[in-house]
Ligand binder design. Sequence first.
Ligand SMILES: Cc1cc2nc3c(=O)[nH]c(=O)nc-3n(C[C@H](O)[C@H](O)[C@H](O)COP(=O)(O)O)c2cc1C
Ligand code: SF4
Ligand code: SF4
Length: 271
Amino acid sequence: MNSLIYYYTGTGNSLWASRFIADALKGTRIEHMKSYSQVPGKAIKAIGFVFPVHMWGIPRPVVEFLTKFTRDLKAELKTGTEKKSDRYYFACALNAGEVAESLVQLDRILSGIGAKLSLGVSLAMPSNYIPWGGPGPEESLQVIYKKAREKLDRFCENIKIQESSPPEKGSLKEKLLYSGIIYTLAFPQIHGMDKNFTVDSSCTSCGICERICPASNISLEEGKPVWHSHCEQCMACIQWCPTQSIQYGEKTRAYPRYHHPEIRVSNMYMR
Ligand SMILES: Cc1cc2nc3c(=O)[nH]c(=O)nc-3n(C[C@H](O)[C@H](O)[C@H](O)COP(=O)(O)O)c2cc1C
Ligand code: SF4
Ligand code: SF4
């Protein structure tokens, strides 16, 4: 299938899922949402979006990508003969158990410009939100990965037959309280949340945090990372630091770090 997957990731789960889907579909290319420049040509018959759920909704940088993508798609539809996009759109929202309204949110954005999210699935993966703790014991992680592979197998088969069904969503509580209120309140605050990051004396000045940050929010000054208040809260810097020198508040000192075991740090470099 001639298709393209746009992905965003902090700790590699979404990159791993994108690669998994691309391998199963054949003829599928993957591209980081930050590298987006234009809507792909008509030869691309299916487009996928793979991203983590952040605060019960679509992460801020994914919203920014979607704003550009849908603006360009709308312009393309205006100049062309079609009024609706006839491509097949699918999405996979990775989360730690609460997908909430993320996929409904995506469906709403796409339908606003005459495209339809045909298939949107939630994929439970280990949590990378380290301020709330580690990802859990190794045995539980293996169970999660096994279930995720099985679900992705079914997802890929459904994409191949261009199945259409309503996007998966969470409970009414998740919708009203978490997506409806907390997501909306937290969204404008995200950039400044990096004030909670600190670095300790074990930092080796390796520069990984600076290279890995998708928001170019970190620079090394006198060999130590400095955060510049346009954070996306992806947790890449704290999770990938090889010496665990970065903390978020005090509690993270005691929590194990997490990234997807099949993704290497070099796969994550943004610069
Ligand atoms: C800032 C932030 C907020 C998160 N919010 C949620 C959430 O609302 N619901 C949920 O189930 N998981 C949440 N998570 C967990 C991630 O969605 C999950 O671990 C995902 O697999 C990470 O994917 P990645 O490695 O591609 O970044 C959050 C993680 C972060 C960093
Ligand atoms: S990744 Fe860790 S060790 Fe490397 S520069 Fe950043 S804080 Fe220091
Ligand atoms: S500063 Fe850290 S958490 Fe914030 S966007 Fe950059 S890598 Fe992600």
